[in-house]
Design a protein. Structure first.
Lengths: 255, 257
Protein backbone atom coordinates (compact mmCIF):
# COMPACT_ATOMS: atom_id res chain seq x y z
CA UNK A 1 0.00 0.00 0.00
CA UNK A 2 2.84 2.38 0.89
CA UNK A 3 4.53 1.48 -2.40
CA UNK A 4 1.40 2.50 -4.31
CA UNK A 5 1.15 5.78 -2.39
CA UNK A 6 4.75 6.62 -3.29
CA UNK A 7 4.13 5.65 -6.91
CA UNK A 8 1.01 7.81 -7.04
CA UNK A 9 2.87 10.83 -5.67
CA UNK A 10 5.82 10.46 -8.03
CA UNK A 11 3.56 9.87 -11.05
CA UNK A 12 1.35 12.87 -10.27
CA UNK A 13 4.30 15.19 -9.81
CA UNK A 14 6.02 13.99 -13.00
CA UNK A 15 2.86 14.35 -15.07
CA UNK A 16 2.14 17.77 -13.55
CA UNK A 17 5.64 18.89 -14.56
CA UNK A 18 5.25 17.57 -18.09
CA UNK A 19 1.74 18.84 -18.78
CA UNK A 20 2.34 22.31 -17.37
CA UNK A 21 5.63 22.82 -19.18
CA UNK A 22 5.24 23.24 -22.95
CA UNK A 23 8.97 22.78 -23.58
CA UNK A 24 8.65 19.24 -22.19
CA UNK A 25 5.24 18.37 -23.60
CA UNK A 26 5.39 19.72 -27.14
CA UNK A 27 8.56 17.92 -28.38
CA UNK A 28 7.28 14.53 -27.20
CA UNK A 29 4.10 15.05 -29.25
CA UNK A 30 5.54 16.88 -32.25
CA UNK A 31 8.58 14.68 -32.92
CA UNK A 32 6.63 11.45 -33.65
CA UNK A 33 4.32 13.44 -35.93
CA UNK A 34 7.31 14.91 -37.67
CA UNK A 35 8.94 11.50 -38.22
CA UNK A 36 5.59 10.12 -39.41
CA UNK A 37 5.30 12.97 -41.94
CA UNK A 38 8.90 12.71 -43.12
CA UNK A 39 8.88 8.92 -43.51
CA UNK A 40 5.33 8.25 -44.69
CA UNK A 41 5.16 11.39 -46.85
CA UNK A 42 8.65 11.48 -48.30
CA UNK A 43 9.34 7.81 -48.81
CA UNK A 44 5.94 6.51 -49.95
CA UNK A 45 7.45 5.53 -53.31
CA UNK A 46 9.42 2.84 -51.48
CA UNK A 47 6.26 0.69 -51.45
CA UNK A 48 6.81 0.24 -55.22
CA UNK A 49 10.11 -1.58 -54.65
CA UNK A 50 9.72 -5.16 -55.93
CA UNK A 51 8.98 -7.51 -53.03
CA UNK A 52 7.73 -4.82 -50.63
CA UNK A 53 4.37 -6.56 -50.21
CA UNK A 54 2.74 -4.69 -47.30
CA UNK A 55 -0.97 -4.64 -48.16
CA UNK A 56 -2.10 -1.50 -46.29
CA UNK A 57 0.29 0.99 -47.88
CA UNK A 58 3.37 2.85 -46.76
CA UNK A 59 1.53 5.17 -44.35
CA UNK A 60 0.35 2.19 -42.29
CA UNK A 61 3.79 0.57 -42.60
CA UNK A 62 5.51 3.64 -41.14
CA UNK A 63 2.75 4.30 -38.59
CA UNK A 64 3.70 1.12 -36.73
CA UNK A 65 7.37 2.08 -36.57
CA UNK A 66 6.63 5.63 -35.43
CA UNK A 67 4.14 4.37 -32.83
CA UNK A 68 6.72 2.01 -31.35
CA UNK A 69 9.42 4.69 -31.60
CA UNK A 70 7.20 7.15 -29.72
CA UNK A 71 6.65 4.50 -27.04
CA UNK A 72 10.39 3.96 -26.61
CA UNK A 73 11.23 7.65 -26.59
CA UNK A 74 8.33 8.40 -24.23
CA UNK A 75 10.16 6.19 -21.74
CA UNK A 76 13.52 7.83 -22.45
CA UNK A 77 12.10 11.37 -22.09
CA UNK A 78 10.71 10.39 -18.68
CA UNK A 79 14.22 9.18 -17.82
CA UNK A 80 15.48 12.71 -18.54
CA UNK A 81 13.05 13.90 -15.86
CA UNK A 82 14.52 11.44 -13.36
CA UNK A 83 18.03 12.74 -14.07
CA UNK A 84 16.74 16.31 -13.70
CA UNK A 85 15.20 15.37 -10.32
CA UNK A 86 18.60 14.12 -9.16
CA UNK A 87 20.36 17.26 -10.40
CA UNK A 88 17.90 19.52 -8.58
CA UNK A 89 18.21 17.49 -5.37
CA UNK A 90 14.52 16.54 -5.40
CA UNK A 91 15.25 12.83 -5.95
CA UNK A 92 17.51 12.69 -2.89
CA UNK A 93 14.75 14.18 -0.73
CA UNK A 94 12.38 11.67 -2.29
CA UNK A 95 14.68 8.79 -1.36
CA UNK A 96 14.69 10.02 2.23
CA UNK A 97 10.93 10.46 2.41
CA UNK A 98 9.71 7.32 0.62
CA UNK A 99 9.10 4.33 2.94
CA UNK A 100 9.12 1.91 -0.05
CA UNK A 101 11.56 3.18 -2.63
CA UNK A 102 10.60 0.73 -5.37
CA UNK A 103 7.45 2.86 -5.54
CA UNK A 104 9.60 5.64 -7.00
CA UNK A 105 10.45 3.51 -10.05
CA UNK A 106 6.80 2.42 -10.30
CA UNK A 107 5.66 6.05 -10.18
CA UNK A 108 7.98 7.10 -12.99
CA UNK A 109 6.73 4.08 -14.98
CA UNK A 110 3.09 5.12 -14.56
CA UNK A 111 3.98 8.67 -15.61
CA UNK A 112 5.78 7.38 -18.73
CA UNK A 113 2.69 5.37 -19.69
CA UNK A 114 0.31 8.30 -19.18
CA UNK A 115 2.62 10.56 -21.15
CA UNK A 116 2.79 8.09 -24.05
CA UNK A 117 -1.01 7.65 -23.96
CA UNK A 118 -1.36 11.32 -24.92
CA UNK A 119 1.30 11.12 -27.64
CA UNK A 120 -0.09 7.97 -29.21
CA UNK A 121 -3.66 9.33 -29.15
CA UNK A 122 -2.57 12.38 -31.16
CA UNK A 123 -0.46 10.22 -33.51
CA UNK A 124 -3.33 7.79 -34.12
CA UNK A 125 -5.81 10.62 -34.73
CA UNK A 126 -3.47 12.22 -37.28
CA UNK A 127 -2.82 8.86 -39.00
CA UNK A 128 -6.56 8.24 -39.42
CA UNK A 129 -7.10 11.85 -40.51
CA UNK A 130 -4.63 11.39 -43.39
CA UNK A 131 -6.43 8.24 -44.50
CA UNK A 132 -4.32 5.43 -43.09
CA UNK A 133 -5.73 2.06 -44.09
CA UNK A 134 -6.05 -0.57 -41.36
CA UNK A 135 -6.55 -4.23 -42.23
CA UNK A 136 -6.59 -5.59 -38.69
CA UNK A 137 -9.53 -5.98 -36.30
CA UNK A 138 -9.94 -4.38 -32.88
CA UNK A 139 -8.20 -7.34 -31.26
CA UNK A 140 -5.25 -6.97 -33.65
CA UNK A 141 -4.97 -3.27 -32.87
CA UNK A 142 -5.08 -4.07 -29.15
CA UNK A 143 -2.07 -6.31 -29.75
CA UNK A 144 -0.20 -3.47 -31.50
CA UNK A 145 -0.87 -0.97 -28.70
CA UNK A 146 -0.02 -3.61 -26.06
CA UNK A 147 3.38 -4.06 -27.71
CA UNK A 148 3.87 -0.28 -27.62
CA UNK A 149 2.92 -0.18 -23.96
CA UNK A 150 5.40 -2.91 -23.02
CA UNK A 151 8.14 -1.17 -25.06
CA UNK A 152 7.38 2.11 -23.28
CA UNK A 153 7.87 0.44 -19.90
CA UNK A 154 11.08 -1.28 -21.05
CA UNK A 155 12.57 2.00 -22.33
CA UNK A 156 11.58 3.81 -19.13
CA UNK A 157 13.26 1.13 -17.01
CA UNK A 158 16.43 1.37 -19.14
CA UNK A 159 16.52 5.19 -18.85
CA UNK A 160 15.67 5.00 -15.14
CA UNK A 161 18.63 2.67 -14.53
CA UNK A 162 20.96 5.06 -16.36
CA UNK A 163 19.56 8.15 -14.61
CA UNK A 164 19.92 6.57 -11.16
CA UNK A 165 23.51 5.54 -11.84
CA UNK A 166 24.75 8.84 -13.33
CA UNK A 167 22.31 11.22 -11.55
CA UNK A 168 22.98 14.01 -14.08
CA UNK A 169 21.34 15.34 -17.23
CA UNK A 170 24.68 14.85 -18.98
CA UNK A 171 23.76 11.16 -19.13
CA UNK A 172 21.02 12.06 -21.65
CA UNK A 173 22.94 10.71 -24.68
CA UNK A 174 23.65 7.45 -22.79
CA UNK A 175 19.89 6.98 -22.36
CA UNK A 176 18.95 8.09 -25.85
CA UNK A 177 21.62 6.85 -28.24
CA UNK A 178 21.34 3.07 -27.63
CA UNK A 179 17.54 3.28 -27.98
CA UNK A 180 17.91 5.26 -31.20
CA UNK A 181 20.41 2.74 -32.58
CA UNK A 182 18.41 -0.35 -31.62
CA UNK A 183 15.30 1.14 -33.21
CA UNK A 184 17.06 2.09 -36.44
CA UNK A 185 18.91 -1.24 -36.67
CA UNK A 186 15.50 -2.83 -37.21
CA UNK A 187 13.56 -2.86 -40.53
CA UNK A 188 12.51 0.81 -40.45
CA UNK A 189 11.96 1.67 -44.11
CA UNK A 190 11.37 -1.73 -45.76
CA UNK A 191 10.43 -5.23 -44.55
CA UNK A 192 13.19 -7.45 -43.19
CA UNK A 193 13.26 -9.51 -46.39
CA UNK A 194 14.34 -6.46 -48.41
CA UNK A 195 17.23 -5.48 -46.16
CA UNK A 196 20.64 -6.34 -47.57
CA UNK A 197 24.18 -6.64 -46.25
CA UNK A 198 25.30 -6.04 -42.70
CA UNK A 199 22.09 -4.33 -41.61
CA UNK A 200 20.11 -7.46 -42.47
CA UNK A 201 22.36 -9.51 -40.19
CA UNK A 202 21.97 -6.99 -37.37
CA UNK A 203 18.21 -6.70 -37.86
CA UNK A 204 17.75 -10.49 -37.71
CA UNK A 205 19.22 -10.67 -34.19
CA UNK A 206 17.70 -7.35 -33.03
CA UNK A 207 14.82 -8.13 -30.62
CA UNK A 208 12.96 -5.01 -31.77
CA UNK A 209 12.74 -6.47 -35.28
CA UNK A 210 10.30 -9.08 -33.92
CA UNK A 211 8.29 -6.35 -32.17
CA UNK A 212 8.10 -4.12 -35.27
CA UNK A 213 7.29 -6.97 -37.66
CA UNK A 214 4.58 -8.26 -35.31
CA UNK A 215 3.16 -4.73 -34.96
CA UNK A 216 2.95 -4.42 -38.75
CA UNK A 217 1.31 -7.83 -38.87
CA UNK A 218 -1.33 -6.71 -36.36
CA UNK A 219 -2.10 -3.55 -38.35
CA UNK A 220 -2.40 -5.52 -41.59
CA UNK A 221 -4.68 -8.10 -39.93
CA UNK A 222 -2.25 -10.95 -40.49
CA UNK A 223 -0.49 -11.43 -37.14
CA UNK A 224 3.01 -12.81 -37.42
CA UNK A 225 5.72 -13.67 -34.90
CA UNK A 226 3.34 -12.70 -32.09
CA UNK A 227 4.87 -15.04 -29.49
CA UNK A 228 8.43 -14.01 -30.33
CA UNK A 229 7.50 -10.31 -30.25
CA UNK A 230 5.76 -10.42 -26.88
CA UNK A 231 8.48 -12.72 -25.55
CA UNK A 232 11.19 -10.26 -26.61
CA UNK A 233 9.30 -7.26 -25.22
CA UNK A 234 8.58 -8.91 -21.87
CA UNK A 235 12.20 -10.11 -21.63
CA UNK A 236 13.33 -6.51 -22.12
CA UNK A 237 11.01 -5.38 -19.32
CA UNK A 238 12.28 -8.09 -16.96
CA UNK A 239 15.92 -7.41 -17.76
CA UNK A 240 15.58 -3.64 -17.43
CA UNK A 241 13.54 -4.02 -14.20
CA UNK A 242 16.62 -5.56 -12.62
CA UNK A 243 18.76 -2.82 -14.20
CA UNK A 244 16.49 -0.07 -12.81
CA UNK A 245 16.19 -1.59 -9.31
CA UNK A 246 19.96 -2.07 -9.08
CA UNK A 247 20.29 1.54 -10.21
CA UNK A 248 17.98 2.53 -7.38
CA UNK A 249 20.19 0.68 -4.92
CA UNK A 250 23.25 2.51 -6.32
CA UNK A 251 21.46 5.85 -5.93
CA UNK A 252 20.58 4.93 -2.34
CA UNK A 253 24.18 3.94 -1.65
CA UNK A 254 25.43 7.21 -3.14
CA UNK A 255 23.27 9.07 -0.62
CA UNK B 1 44.28 46.02 -42.88
CA UNK B 2 47.14 44.31 -41.04
CA UNK B 3 45.50 45.06 -37.68
CA UNK B 4 42.20 43.69 -38.93
CA UNK B 5 43.86 40.44 -40.04
CA UNK B 6 45.57 40.14 -36.64
CA UNK B 7 42.25 40.59 -34.87
CA UNK B 8 40.56 37.92 -36.97
CA UNK B 9 43.51 35.54 -36.52
CA UNK B 10 43.59 35.89 -32.72
CA UNK B 11 39.89 35.34 -32.30
CA UNK B 12 39.84 32.52 -34.86
CA UNK B 13 42.69 30.77 -33.03
CA UNK B 14 40.77 31.10 -29.76
CA UNK B 15 37.66 29.70 -31.45
CA UNK B 16 39.55 26.73 -32.93
CA UNK B 17 41.28 25.92 -29.63
CA UNK B 18 38.01 26.18 -27.74
CA UNK B 19 36.26 23.85 -30.20
CA UNK B 20 39.14 21.35 -30.05
CA UNK B 21 39.07 21.36 -26.24
CA UNK B 22 35.44 20.26 -26.14
CA UNK B 23 35.38 16.59 -27.25
CA UNK B 24 31.57 16.63 -27.52
CA UNK B 25 31.80 19.44 -30.07
CA UNK B 26 34.32 17.49 -32.13
CA UNK B 27 33.07 13.92 -31.82
CA UNK B 28 29.29 14.44 -32.17
CA UNK B 29 29.45 16.16 -35.57
CA UNK B 30 31.72 13.39 -36.83
CA UNK B 31 30.00 10.37 -35.30
CA UNK B 32 26.28 11.12 -35.46
CA UNK B 33 26.05 11.88 -39.21
CA UNK B 34 28.12 8.75 -39.96
CA UNK B 35 25.75 6.63 -37.84
CA UNK B 36 22.74 8.04 -39.67
CA UNK B 37 24.48 7.42 -42.99
CA UNK B 38 25.17 3.79 -42.03
CA UNK B 39 21.60 3.21 -40.87
CA UNK B 40 19.97 4.86 -43.88
CA UNK B 41 22.37 3.35 -46.41
CA UNK B 42 21.54 -0.11 -45.08
CA UNK B 43 17.82 0.43 -44.60
CA UNK B 44 17.10 2.24 -47.85
CA UNK B 45 19.39 0.29 -50.19
CA UNK B 46 16.27 -1.27 -51.74
CA UNK B 47 15.30 2.22 -52.95
CA UNK B 48 17.99 1.98 -55.64
CA UNK B 49 15.77 -0.60 -57.36
CA UNK B 50 13.13 2.05 -58.08
CA UNK B 51 12.97 3.00 -61.78
CA UNK B 52 14.64 6.38 -62.26
CA UNK B 53 16.83 6.25 -59.15
CA UNK B 54 20.05 8.03 -60.17
CA UNK B 55 22.62 5.52 -58.87
CA UNK B 56 22.98 1.91 -57.82
CA UNK B 57 24.83 2.90 -54.61
CA UNK B 58 22.67 4.35 -51.86
CA UNK B 59 25.81 5.35 -49.93
CA UNK B 60 26.82 7.57 -52.87
CA UNK B 61 23.33 9.07 -52.88
CA UNK B 62 23.20 9.58 -49.10
CA UNK B 63 26.77 10.88 -48.71
CA UNK B 64 25.47 14.41 -49.23
CA UNK B 65 23.46 14.23 -45.99
CA UNK B 66 26.39 14.23 -43.52
CA UNK B 67 27.77 17.38 -45.18
CA UNK B 68 24.58 19.29 -44.42
CA UNK B 69 23.92 17.60 -41.09
CA UNK B 70 27.46 18.46 -40.01
CA UNK B 71 26.73 22.08 -40.93
CA UNK B 72 23.74 22.01 -38.58
CA UNK B 73 26.08 21.00 -35.78
CA UNK B 74 28.32 23.90 -36.85
CA UNK B 75 25.37 26.24 -36.41
CA UNK B 76 24.76 25.00 -32.90
CA UNK B 77 28.44 25.10 -31.93
CA UNK B 78 29.01 28.61 -33.29
CA UNK B 79 25.86 29.91 -31.66
CA UNK B 80 26.45 28.22 -28.32
CA UNK B 81 30.07 29.41 -28.10
CA UNK B 82 29.14 33.00 -28.93
CA UNK B 83 26.21 32.89 -26.49
CA UNK B 84 28.63 31.71 -23.81
CA UNK B 85 30.88 34.68 -24.59
CA UNK B 86 27.89 36.96 -24.12
CA UNK B 87 26.80 35.27 -20.90
CA UNK B 88 30.30 35.29 -19.40
CA UNK B 89 30.87 38.95 -20.32
CA UNK B 90 33.73 38.23 -22.75
CA UNK B 91 31.95 40.12 -25.52
CA UNK B 92 31.46 43.11 -23.24
CA UNK B 93 35.17 43.18 -22.51
CA UNK B 94 35.85 43.05 -26.25
CA UNK B 95 33.78 46.19 -26.75
CA UNK B 96 36.36 48.06 -24.62
CA UNK B 97 39.05 47.22 -27.19
CA UNK B 98 39.45 48.68 -30.69
CA UNK B 99 38.30 45.33 -32.16
CA UNK B 100 36.19 45.71 -35.32
CA UNK B 101 32.74 44.14 -35.52
CA UNK B 102 33.51 42.13 -38.63
CA UNK B 103 36.70 40.83 -37.00
CA UNK B 104 34.70 39.62 -33.98
CA UNK B 105 32.32 37.73 -36.26
CA UNK B 106 35.04 36.45 -38.58
CA UNK B 107 37.13 35.27 -35.69
CA UNK B 108 34.22 33.56 -33.94
CA UNK B 109 33.40 31.69 -37.12
CA UNK B 110 37.01 30.56 -37.61
CA UNK B 111 36.56 27.50 -35.40
CA UNK B 112 33.35 26.54 -37.16
CA UNK B 113 34.91 26.76 -40.60
CA UNK B 114 37.92 24.71 -39.48
CA UNK B 115 35.63 22.09 -37.98
CA UNK B 116 33.52 22.14 -41.16
CA UNK B 117 36.60 21.35 -43.24
CA UNK B 118 37.71 18.54 -40.89
CA UNK B 119 34.20 17.07 -40.98
CA UNK B 120 34.06 17.21 -44.77
CA UNK B 121 37.42 15.43 -45.09
CA UNK B 122 36.27 12.70 -42.68
CA UNK B 123 32.90 12.21 -44.42
CA UNK B 124 34.55 12.09 -47.82
CA UNK B 125 37.25 9.67 -46.62
CA UNK B 126 34.62 7.33 -45.16
CA UNK B 127 32.65 7.52 -48.41
CA UNK B 128 35.72 6.75 -50.53
CA UNK B 129 36.72 3.94 -48.14
CA UNK B 130 33.35 2.20 -48.59
CA UNK B 131 33.61 2.38 -52.35
CA UNK B 132 31.96 5.66 -53.35
CA UNK B 133 33.40 7.05 -56.57
CA UNK B 134 33.22 10.84 -56.97
CA UNK B 135 32.11 11.26 -60.57
CA UNK B 136 33.48 14.82 -60.86
CA UNK B 137 37.01 13.59 -60.15
CA UNK B 138 39.79 15.20 -58.06
CA UNK B 139 38.71 18.73 -59.00
CA UNK B 140 35.18 17.81 -57.93
CA UNK B 141 36.53 16.72 -54.53
CA UNK B 142 38.19 20.12 -54.18
CA UNK B 143 34.94 21.88 -55.09
CA UNK B 144 33.11 19.66 -52.59
CA UNK B 145 35.48 20.71 -49.80
CA UNK B 146 35.15 24.39 -50.72
CA UNK B 147 31.36 24.01 -50.71
CA UNK B 148 31.48 22.32 -47.28
CA UNK B 149 33.50 25.27 -45.93
CA UNK B 150 30.98 27.76 -47.36
CA UNK B 151 28.03 25.81 -45.94
CA UNK B 152 29.71 25.70 -42.51
CA UNK B 153 30.35 29.46 -42.72
CA UNK B 154 26.75 30.21 -43.79
CA UNK B 155 25.13 28.04 -41.14
CA UNK B 156 27.66 29.19 -38.54
CA UNK B 157 26.61 32.77 -39.29
CA UNK B 158 22.97 31.76 -38.69
CA UNK B 159 24.01 30.34 -35.31
CA UNK B 160 25.95 33.51 -34.51
CA UNK B 161 22.92 35.63 -35.41
CA UNK B 162 20.71 33.54 -33.11
CA UNK B 163 23.23 33.89 -30.28
CA UNK B 164 23.56 37.65 -30.72
CA UNK B 165 19.80 38.17 -30.85
CA UNK B 166 18.99 35.96 -27.84
CA UNK B 167 22.22 35.96 -25.81
CA UNK B 168 21.30 32.49 -24.60
CA UNK B 169 22.96 29.14 -25.32
CA UNK B 170 19.74 27.33 -24.48
CA UNK B 171 17.82 29.37 -27.04
CA UNK B 172 20.41 28.50 -29.68
CA UNK B 173 20.15 24.80 -28.80
CA UNK B 174 16.39 25.13 -29.14
CA UNK B 175 16.89 25.91 -32.83
CA UNK B 176 18.27 22.43 -33.49
CA UNK B 177 14.87 20.72 -33.96
CA UNK B 178 13.85 23.47 -36.38
CA UNK B 179 16.91 22.85 -38.54
CA UNK B 180 16.32 19.10 -38.27
CA UNK B 181 12.83 19.60 -39.72
CA UNK B 182 14.38 21.43 -42.69
CA UNK B 183 16.73 18.49 -43.23
CA UNK B 184 14.06 15.78 -43.06
CA UNK B 185 11.52 17.65 -45.23
CA UNK B 186 13.97 17.77 -48.13
CA UNK B 187 15.34 15.44 -50.80
CA UNK B 188 17.50 13.89 -48.09
CA UNK B 189 16.35 10.29 -48.60
CA UNK B 190 14.83 10.27 -52.08
CA UNK B 191 15.20 12.38 -55.24
CA UNK B 192 12.46 14.99 -55.59
CA UNK B 193 11.23 13.56 -58.89
CA UNK B 194 10.55 10.22 -57.18
CA UNK B 195 8.46 11.69 -54.35
CA UNK B 196 4.90 10.44 -54.73
CA UNK B 197 3.09 12.73 -52.30
CA UNK B 198 2.58 16.05 -54.09
CA UNK B 199 2.56 18.34 -51.06
CA UNK B 200 5.76 16.76 -49.71
CA UNK B 201 7.47 17.22 -53.09
CA UNK B 202 6.34 20.87 -53.17
CA UNK B 203 7.68 21.53 -49.68
CA UNK B 204 10.97 19.80 -50.53
CA UNK B 205 11.21 21.91 -53.71
CA UNK B 206 10.69 25.11 -51.73
CA UNK B 207 13.19 23.99 -49.08
CA UNK B 208 16.69 25.45 -49.73
CA UNK B 209 18.29 22.47 -47.97
CA UNK B 210 17.23 20.27 -50.93
CA UNK B 211 19.46 22.32 -53.25
CA UNK B 212 22.43 22.15 -50.88
CA UNK B 213 22.08 18.36 -50.81
CA UNK B 214 21.66 18.18 -54.58
CA UNK B 215 24.79 20.30 -55.11
CA UNK B 216 26.93 17.78 -53.19
CA UNK B 217 25.07 14.87 -54.79
CA UNK B 218 25.64 16.20 -58.30
CA UNK B 219 29.42 16.17 -57.82
CA UNK B 220 29.36 12.62 -56.42
CA UNK B 221 26.80 11.00 -58.73
CA UNK B 222 26.37 13.08 -61.90
CA UNK B 223 29.71 14.79 -62.47
CA UNK B 224 29.66 18.47 -63.43
CA UNK B 225 26.09 19.83 -63.26
CA UNK B 226 26.17 23.63 -63.67
CA UNK B 227 22.60 24.18 -62.52
CA UNK B 228 22.97 22.14 -59.31
CA UNK B 229 26.29 23.84 -58.52
CA UNK B 230 24.93 27.33 -59.22
CA UNK B 231 21.88 26.71 -57.03
CA UNK B 232 23.95 25.19 -54.21
CA UNK B 233 26.62 27.89 -54.17
CA UNK B 234 24.05 30.66 -54.80
CA UNK B 235 21.83 29.63 -51.90
CA UNK B 236 24.85 29.19 -49.61
CA UNK B 237 26.13 32.65 -50.59
CA UNK B 238 22.71 34.18 -49.95
CA UNK B 239 22.44 32.51 -46.52
CA UNK B 240 25.98 33.63 -45.63
CA UNK B 241 25.60 37.25 -46.78
CA UNK B 242 22.16 37.75 -45.21
CA UNK B 243 23.11 36.05 -41.92
CA UNK B 244 26.41 37.93 -41.65
CA UNK B 245 24.69 41.25 -42.39
CA UNK B 246 22.03 40.65 -39.73
CA UNK B 247 24.60 39.24 -37.30
CA UNK B 248 26.78 42.33 -37.79
CA UNK B 249 23.77 44.56 -37.09
CA UNK B 250 22.85 42.45 -34.02
CA UNK B 251 26.43 42.72 -32.77
CA UNK B 252 26.33 46.50 -33.21
CA UNK B 253 23.10 46.65 -31.18
CA UNK B 254 24.53 44.40 -28.47
CA UNK B 255 27.83 46.34 -28.27
CA UNK B 256 25.93 49.60 -27.93
CA UNK B 257 24.08 48.33 -24.83
Amino acid sequence: MKTLAVAQGVAWRTLHNVFTNPSLLIPSIVFPLFFFTAFAGGLSRVQNVPGFGFPDGYTAFQFVFVLLQSAAFGGVFTGFGIARDFESGFARRLLLAAPHRSGIVLGYGVAALARWAVTVSVLTAVAFAVGMHVGGSGVDLFGLYALGLILNVAALLWACGVAMRFRTMQAGPVMQMPVFLVLFFAPVYVPLSLLQGWIHGVAVVNPLTRVIEAGRGFLAGSPTEVGAAFGAAVALVLGFSLWALRGLRKAEAAG
Amino acid sequence: MHAFADQVYLLARRSVVRTARQPANVISPLLFPMLLLAVNAGGLKAETRLPGFPTTSFVAFALAVPFIQGALFATMNAGTDLARDIQTGFLNRLTLTPMRRLAVLGGQLGGVVTMGLVQAVVYLSVGLAVGVHVKAGPLGILVLLVFAVFVALGFGAVGALAALRTGSGEAVQGLFPVFFVFLFISSMNIPRNLMEITWFRDVATANPVSYLLECVRSLVITGWDGEALALGFGITAAITVISLAFASWALKVRMAR
